[in-house]
Design a protein around this ligand. Sequence first.
Ligand code: SAM
Length: 327
Amino acid sequence: MLIDNHNRTINYLRLAVTDRCNLRCNYCMPSEGIDFAKKNHIFTTDELYRLSEILVRQGIDKIRITGGEPFVRRDLMVLLRKLSQLKDLEDISITTNATLIGPHIAELKALGIRNINVSLDAIDKATFERITRRDQYDTVYNNLIRLIAEGFNVRINFIALENQNTQDILPILKLMQHYPVSVRFLEEMPFNGGSKTFNTLAWDYKRILAHILTEFPEVTQLQSPSTSTSINYRIKDHTGTFGLIPSFSRTFCGTCNRLRISATGDVITCLYGKPRSNLREILRGENTEEKIKEHILKAIGSRSKTGYEEQGKYENVFQNSMTSIGG
Ligand code: SAM
């Protein structure tokens, strides 16, 4: 079992499989993209699997595959097939923009992968295209509905962006009211590759909730697991639920159970900091398992208590892009 220096059990790994993405969401990276990693700096499928195996032996029982966009990797299903055979890995989840998932839905279901988070920041096509800088709305929406219809446990991630998409907050709840889906509204974080910085947030979780209550006053707060990052609610007569994720306000750090590993091997113990070490060459060298475990223990043993504490330790953390740190 992995226990950090604040007595938090770490059992959840967010594993980025690429830093590349086929969208260019303006809150995540500049239109020209970022300085993407060289191909030989990105883990191969075998390496991702070996790393996962080691971490599962160390106490990880949930892995979320993220990126970049996981499905831009043509060999993603090879990895998922192998991970789904990994004894003691109880949960494989995926975060995706749902542009490329269509051909894989049947196999994902067959592999027993149930939890898919779909990023969708607008239900108005023109707004979606402005934010993502790509013409993919219809594909994303169709894949989202297919995933729900196929019985996946789908959560929509919607970042509330000042002057961009907040007019869609109420409409997306109306549109989704008869679907068994959770719409999660996230606070924007300043991880956009340096294109924009901010110290105060126009749409924090309290404002998002107040806005929702103007249209849907009858909401009930739901019980959530203690490690949940979202505060969850049900609107009267809605099938689905909604959640608020204070990703900038950082109210949930006290129960954080997460570790991140980027596609290039960076070990990240908090989004608001810098990598604690890099595992790529270690994984490619000798005595791999022992050394990886040592590095993980060291990282876990020196975690900041909160994202604010972590932010205070470094300069320039807001130059990062979420596509390389694995959102
Ligand atoms: N490509 C996949 C996707 O679109 O879901 C996975 C990677 S993406 C970086 C993971 C999540 O991070 C997405 O839900 C995305 O909206 C979120 N994200 C990216 N940049 C963000 C930012 N600056 N603030 C808050 N969330 C962000």
